[in-house]
Write a protein that binds this ligand. Structure first.
Ligand code: NAD
Ligand code: TYD
Length: 343
């Protein structure tokens, strides 16, 4: 396999994509990265300020579902790899309106696959999620063989995209790899997801809206461990294969909430149990043995350390949070939490 010199990353202005770009540029002095991002509410150029003037980095503002733009970019780009992070990524928003999820996550992926196939790109990596497997009971783990059973419009759109990648590999011998990761946490995460939302609310002495009992379980992984996994899959992975990544760090939402409050020295009275998320998946837990044995990768950041560092990061980056928590964010917050928090 040819070494990767030029890489197209989509959705690189988001939480995980921006970390991936920064780590790739840091680790590979000869790497060039083009970042195609639509700059939705979740895309933030501030996340890439440290590489913005690096001559090896180029930003293109655009939509992965724009067939003309993507065809030209990939057709003329000379890319050795395409890595697709671009997505609508929040379950709660998909329950309010699934339209953008189908458009970006499904149609956008199809457009990227067609253009990559046409240009004979030698590696295509689809960044997917463990949520495509549905929900677990109190025991057991998701493996790469677990049947897909998505429960939210978000996870259904990600599963649809995964099935398209699978079909292109099967039908056209397309060099597609799918990675499915558990819940990420770390710096630069948009404060609509559990951990950054609760940190920023607690810092502002605002209530922490725990859905239902708070006993739902997620398997947390630090964003840098996920990014190292994607790198390993590009290096050592095989076309047509799926690789699961997880942190082996299962926690209930209430455990996370109490840990955050403890580190922040804030009172438990900030916790407010609110109406549950419709169709709320009970438990996610990943068996990542395949990635560990075949990709020479393992999760490394201990959860307590990673969480402490993440809290410190949010404490030190108040202006980053402030820029986000205005305008559209306030509208979303009121729609999602207004009646929940006032009842
Ligand atoms: P994010 O919401 O922080 O970022 C998404 C990025 O995609 C933004 O920069 C946004 O502007 C861009 N984007 C959205 N629609 C686009 C379009 N049509 N064209 C071009 N760009 C577009 O998401 P994230 O948390 O960084 O997640 C990245 C990927 O990882 C997603 O595919 C997500 O499904 C997957 N994933 C996330 C997690 C997690 O815990 N966050 C876990 C597993 C997998
Ligand atoms: P989230 O960060 O939205 O990730 P996902 O739904 O993709 O797992 O939510 C993580 C868990 O936290 C999930 O069980 C839902 C719960 N949650 C709350 O209890 N309150 C909230 O305000 C949010 C955003 C999430």
């Amino acid at each position: 396999m040819n070494p990767i010199r030029r890489m197209l990353v989509t959705g690189g202005c988001g939480f995980i994509g921006s970390m991936f770009i920064k780590l790739e540029l840091e680790a590979h002095p000869d790497r060039h990265v083009v970042n195609l991002d639509k700059l939705t509410y979740a895309g933030n150029l501030e996340n890439l300020a440290s590489v913005a003037s690096d001559p090896r980095y180029q930003f293109v503002r655009g939509d992965i579902a724009d067939r003309d733009l993507v065809g030209k970019l990939i057709g003329e780009g000379g890319f050795d790899a395409v890595v697709n992070f671009a997505a609508e990524s929040h379950v709660d928003r998909s329950l309010l309106d699934s339209g953008p999820f189908i458009q970006t996550n499904v149609i956008g992926t199809q457009v990227l696959l067609d253009a990559s196939r046409q240009a004979k790109v030698s590696r295509y990596l689809q960044v997917s999620t463990d949520e495509v497997y549905g929900s677990l009971g109190p025991t057991g783990f998701f493996t790469e063989e677990t049947p897909l059973a998505p429960n939210s419009p978000y996870s259904a759109s990600k599963a649809a995209a995964d099935l398209l990648v699978r079909a292109y590999c099967h039908s056209f011998d397309f060099p597609g790899i799918i990675t499915r990761c558990s819940n990420n946490y770390g710096p630069y995460q948009f404060p609509e997801k559990l951990i950054p939302l609760f940190i920023s609310n607690a810092l502002a002495d605002q209530p922490l809206p725990v859905y239902g009992t708070g006993l739902n379980v997620r398997d947390w992984i630090h964003v840098t461990d996920h990014c190292r996994g994607i790198s390993a899959a590009l290096r050592n992975g095989r076309g047509g294969e799926v690789y699961n990544f997880g942190g082996r760090q299962e926690k209930t939402n209430l455990e996370i909430t109490h840990l955050l409050l403890q580190h922040l020295r804030k009172p438990a009275s900030l916790i407010k149990h609110v109406t549950d998320r419709p169709g709320h998946d009970q438990r996610y837990a990943i068996d990542c043995t395949k990635a560990e044995t075949q990709l020479a990768w393992k999760p490394e950041v201990p959860f307590e350390q990673g969480l402490r560092d993440t809290i410190d990061w949010y404490r030190q980056h108040a202006p980053w949070v402030q820029h986000i928590k205005s305008g559209d964010y306030l509208k979303y917050y009121s729609e999602q939490y207004g009646s929940r928090l006032s009842s």
